[in-house]
Design a binder for this molecule. Structure first.
Ligand SMILES: C[S@@+](CC[C@H](N)C(=O)[O-])C[C@H]1O[C@@H](n2cnc3c(N)ncnc32)[C@H](O)[C@@H]1O
Length: 153
């Protein structure tokens, strides 16, 4: 199974870039991972920007990709349950598991409707940039849990 993460907008802060590089490198030891950064629409009116970003994101998906949309209103899982979720897809023939992180204004309904799961990392709202290393660390943690390695305590 391939993992893919798609996000809207450039990663600007060096400390976020560092976290992204660190944890994406760690994940690569367990599963192939691709990260795609799409152009955001931060200068467009809010609803229109969300709609355009959503269209751009959905065009990227192959029909059999399983989409997980990150959204603070989604389902919260603990790290073990999140690992089980990834493991279930890995072991049941899912070819591509795609995690999507929205832009500054979040996702359109079209993206949420396409998603197999809408996942919250917390009920709190983080910046769209900060979610990137947080998600990557949780995926790395999940990989270590699935491999019975002593990282998760
Ligand atoms: C600043 S938030 C957008 C918040 C906006 N109020 C909304 O309606 O979605 C930007 C992106 O960061 C991600 N995000 C922020 N906080 C999150 C959380 N607690 N759990 C999961 N994703 C989160 C989501 O992908 C969201 O689309």
């Amino acid at each position: 199974m391939k993992l893919r993460i798609i996000w809207l907008g450039k990663t600007r802060d060096p400390w976020i870039k560092e976290g992204v590089t660190e944890y994406s490198g760690r994940i690569g030891r367990y599963l192939p991972l691709a990260i795609d950064e799409l152009k955001d629409e931060k200068d467009a009116p809010l609803e229109e920007g969300r709609r355009r970003e959503g269209e751009r994101l959905l065009k990227q998906l192959s029909p059999n990709a399983v989409l997980v949309a990150l959204d603070e209103r989604g389902q919260q899982l603990d790290s073990v349950k999140f690992a089980e979720f990834i493991g279930k897809h890995r072991d049941s023939g899912t070819a591509e598991l795609v995690f999507a992180i929205g832009g500054s204004y979040g996702f359109s309904d079209e993206v949420r409707n396409r998603a197999a799961k809408v996942l919250a990392l917390s009920a709190m709202t983080f910046t769209h940039q900060m979610v990137r290393p947080f998600l990557l660390e949780q995926i790395y943690r999940a990989c270590t849990i699935l491999n019975n390695e002593p990282y998760h305590h």
